[in-house]
Design a protein around this ligand. Structure first.
Ligand SMILES: [Fe+2]
Ligand SMILES: [Fe+2]
Length: 288
């Protein structure tokens, strides 16, 4: 069933999708755990480096438009949210079965951390579903088109994007129309009009956009847009409303990144609570 190879390969250099997230943690450690003298650049694992090389080389404007055409018709499957969580959980890896969380555990752990801080129910639900777009992997998409920090295509690549040099190999970097600060877009046109590099964020946004409040949708759509929400890049494309939305994305980000160290949640025990929460916002099945 799984389209995801069990061992790193030329197309999928990461041991598993979590390896990208582990690298995010090295770059953006929890403030109280940050070591001022450590530079993540020193010991980036070769698989992670290769992953970014592939991502930056192949995420062209044309590639993104083609993936939007391929997936945004949402004609692959009808599934409920819980069913999608179980489907995503089949994305197993054998890197370290004793310490790695399953996909459901990561989702629930994120949701539980949001819940513990007393946030609204839609915010908890957002934590629960935010990575469901990773099922793209199960449909045979390569890692570099599912995860990774996202960025706008069709305009200049911000030098705040990690491993920026790898963009030299992207054919769009030779296209002058795509290499001005706002490229094919009007200044401050709003992120909604901007095509983002293709991955699990954009895909899931389109799957759930009819069911959740704006703030939740922003968290889902831009949670991997580290160049903007962590580095402050791309203000020239944003509307005033985007700045408000990014504040929500920033609020969400620590739950995603920093809830992993906590004890794994008791999935069976929590399932009824989350099924009720899902039913509050979603019909029994939605289009994927
Ligand atoms: Fe994610
Ligand atoms: Fe996540």
């Amino acid at each position: 069933m799984s389209g995801q190879p069990r061992k790193p390969s030329e197309t999928n250099p990461l041991a598993d999708l979590d390896e990208w997230e582990d690298f995010l943690l090295e770059r953006y450690p929890e403030p109280e755990k940050a070591d001022a003298f450590r530079d993540y650049g020193d010991n980036v694992r070769p698989g992670v480096r290769e992953f970014y090389r592939l991502n930056h080389t192949h995420q062209t404007f044309e590639f993104v438009r083609a993936k939007e055409d391929e997936f945004l018709g949402k004609s692959r499957r009808k599934m409920g949210i819980w069913e999608a969580m179980e489907f995503l959980n089949t994305l197993v890896d054998d890197s370290d079965p004793d310490t790695e969380l399953t996909q459901i555990e990561h989702l629930m752990q994120t949701a539980e951390a949001v819940r513990a801080d007393g946030h609204p129910r839609w915010f908890i639900l957002t934590g629960l579903i935010h990575d469901l777009g990773k099922i793209l992997c199960l449909w045979g998409e390569p890692q570099w088109a599912v995860v990774g920090d996202t960025f706008p295509v069709g305009c200049r690549y911000s030098d705040k994007i990690v491993f920026h040099d790898y963009f030299d190999a992207n054919p769009d970097s030779k296209n002058p129309e795509y290499q001005t600060p706002t490229g094919v877009y009007e200044p401050n046109c709003g992120l909604d009009k901007v095509h983002m590099s293709w991955g699990h964020d954009e895909y899931l946004y389109h799957v759930v956009k009819d069911y959740l409040p704006d703030e939740a949708l922003a968290m889902i759509r831009y949670h991997s847009f580290y160049p903007a929400h962590r580095e402050g890049a791309y203000a020239e494309l944003m509307s005033e409303d985007d700045q408000r939305k990014l504040a929500w994305v920033r609020k969400f980000n620590p739950y995603d990144l920093y809830s992993k160290g906590e004890a794994p949640p008791d999935v069976a025990k929590l399932k009824p609570f989350y099924q009720e929460l899902i039913a509050e916002y979603f019909p029994a099945q939605i289009d994927w």
